[in-house]
Write a protein that binds this ligand. Structure first.
Ligand SMILES: [Zn+2]
Length: 255
């Protein structure tokens, strides 16, 4: 994202505190407005000292919702993260006197729940693949409602794909039926990260504490939002495996 500094008013631009990492159930709270973005191409956004809004990333869509300041209501249409700051994009006009005011944030619950479900299902797919007897490193997740999938690095022969698809779907639904709480923890070292996770992507920094999310007791470095228990997924349909250029794309949908 390109910022136009002359149009960025701020009082203290420190990193936005990402409240959803510690408490995913917090869907309404207050925060201090510390900056406004108002660019020549008419992008307008709030920057807050903390936020419950999930900015798009890791294959999970951004949250939407409302920011209310006194009796002014702003519709948050997009949320993006850039260099430590979360930008809450709105369409309404912004004025300088909004800076330093306290805002009430409320996240659209339905959208968040759907995104959390689809994202958690992506983790579950990784575990189901492993339980089905294949071990491919996941390289990309797309957890949007319009056609979610996870991509893995590897190759599956055409004649083996249908059987694998059925096996993965079976394993995923076995895990859902049994149910288990989604857990998260912060690990301090790269070695510890490897103890909790089957795969650690190369982009994960080696010198910082990392959040690990455990779905069906298998860890994965992740900054997204999740549901509390995989039983709440209901069921999962794993409906397509496509292999191209060394990438295996496994498509799924909530049952
Ligand atoms: Zn996750």
């Amino acid at each position: 994202m390109v910022l136009l500094p002359s149009n960025l008013a701020f009082i203290d631009l420190k990193n936005t505190n990402l409240l959803y990492l510690a408490d995913q159930g917090l869907l309404e709270t207050e925060a201090l407005i510390i900056g406004l973005l108002d660019t020549e191409d008419d992008s307008k956004a709030f920057i807050l000292d903390s936020t419950i809004f999930y900015p798009q990333g890791g294959g999970q869509p951004f949250d939407q919702g409302l920011i209310t300041i006194n009796d002014q209501v702003f519709n948050v249409t997009a949320v993006k993260f850039s260099e430590g700051l979360v930008y809450h994009f709105v369409e309404e006009s912004l004025s300088q006197d909004l800076i330093s005011q306290v805002a009430v944030l409320s996240v659209n619950v339905e959208r968040r729940q759907l995104n959390s479900k689809l994202h958690t299902a992506g983790h579950l797919l990784d575990v189901a693949m492993s339980n089905a007897g294949v071990s491919f490193p996941p390289t990309k997740g797309y957890h949007f409602p319009d056609g979610p999938y996870v991509e893995y690095e590897g190759m599956i022969e055409p004649e083996d794909r249908k059987a694998l698809l059925e096996k993965v779907e079976f394993e995923a639904n076995q895990l859902i039926k049994r149910g288990s709480k989604v857990a998260d923890l912060i690990v301090e070292s790269y070695d510890e990260l490897h103890q909790h996770c089957n795969f650690v992507p190369a982009y994960v920094p080696k010198d910082k504490p990392i959040r690990v999310v455990k779905v069906a007791n298998v860890g994965c470095p992740c900054g997204g939002t999740h549901i509390e228990d995989i039983a709440d997924l209901g069921s999962l349909s794993v409906h397509k495996i496509k292999v191209k250029s060394g990438k295996i794309r496994v498509s799924y949908r909530l049952g």
